[in-house]
Design a protein around this ligand. Structure first.
Ligand code: ZN
Ligand code: ZN
Length: 267
């Protein structure tokens, strides 16, 4: 959403940039947030990037056609996606990049795109070690745990902790995957009061995200995938309620992720 009530948390859909200690860039998801990131990366003259997609729902890929580096013939993009087989990535994105919905076919993008079939194996990128877990979400997908030198970040969005979708895990699987992470970024789209009407839609309420953070003993919890209709004021109230579920000392700190938010994790 846009407008005065949405300025703080903004209107972009999912996109996260991670920089390694050697300044190598990893991007998670290609929601509309990737447009501004692409402009910045193009200005920096970067010619090597890696992008991992958690899944193919529109809000996670819709920024990709407007990602400026794709139109640079010198760019080498490694593109990894949730459902493994290389032809899946090409086939699905081929449907988003083709006339009449977009003028440039995926196969004719100027950048050199190679795909990574992610099948539960470990991916290494510069100093990063990346592991994945199936999310509990319609049409499946992956969450990622990214480690560098003993520090770790878990990105688990579009994940319904109270309901096991086909191919997904249960709460205990996610608790084990997140164990001891320095930062857990988790879907907290709903309040517990809203959730019963939206059960089965593939998203969690903040109390489940807080429970996961507590059980897994993470250092910080980042609430993510805010409901598109929630105003800044309502999101702040949700954040306050979520903080009340976390211990005051020694437990996870909690933030609601917003555009431009940054956190240093290197040791
Ligand atoms: Zn989704
Ligand atoms: Zn989503």
């Amino acid at each position: 959403m846009s407008g005065r009530e949405y300025l703080r948390y903004g209107g972009d859909t999912a996109c996260l940039e991670i920089r390694t200690k050697n300044d190598v860039v990893l991007i998670l998801d290609a929601g509309t947030g990737i447009r501004a990131l692409g402009d910045e990366l193009a200005c920096q003259g970067r010619e090597e990037l890696t992008l991992l997609l958690s899944h193919f729902h529109w809000d996670h890929i819709q920024g990709l056609p407007f990602f400026k580096p794709l139109y640079n013939p010198a760019l080498r993009l490694s593109l990894g996606a949730s459902q493994g087989a290389q032809r899946d990535i090409t086939r699905v994105l081929g449907q988003a990049f083709r006339p009449p919905v977009f003028p440039v076919p995926f196969a004719k993008l100027p950048a050199q795109v190679t795909t990574i079939g992610f099948k539960g194996d470990v991916l290494r990128l510069d100093s990063l070690v990346i592991r994945s877990i199936p999310i509990s979400h319609p049409n499946r997908g992956l969450g990622f745990r990214i480690e560098e030198g003993g520090r770790s970040l878990v990105y688990l969005t579009d994940n319904e902790l109270s309901l096991r979708h086909r191919g997904g895990g249960v709460f205990e699987d996610y608790a084990a995957f997140c164990k001891g992470a320095d930062l857990l970024i988790h879907d907290a789209e709903y309040t517990p009061e809203e959730y019963p009407q939206r059960r089965g839609w593939g998203h969690s309420h903040f109390a489940d995200a807080a429970r996961l953070a507590n059980v897994a003993g993470v250092g910080a919890l980042g609430l993510f995938h805010h409901n598109q209709a929630r105003t800044d004021q309502a999101e702040d109230e949700l954040l306050e309620r979520c903080r009340e579920l976390l211990p005051n000392s020694g437990g996870p700190r909690c933030v609601a992720l917003a555009q431009g938010w940054e956190m240093e994790l290197s040791g």
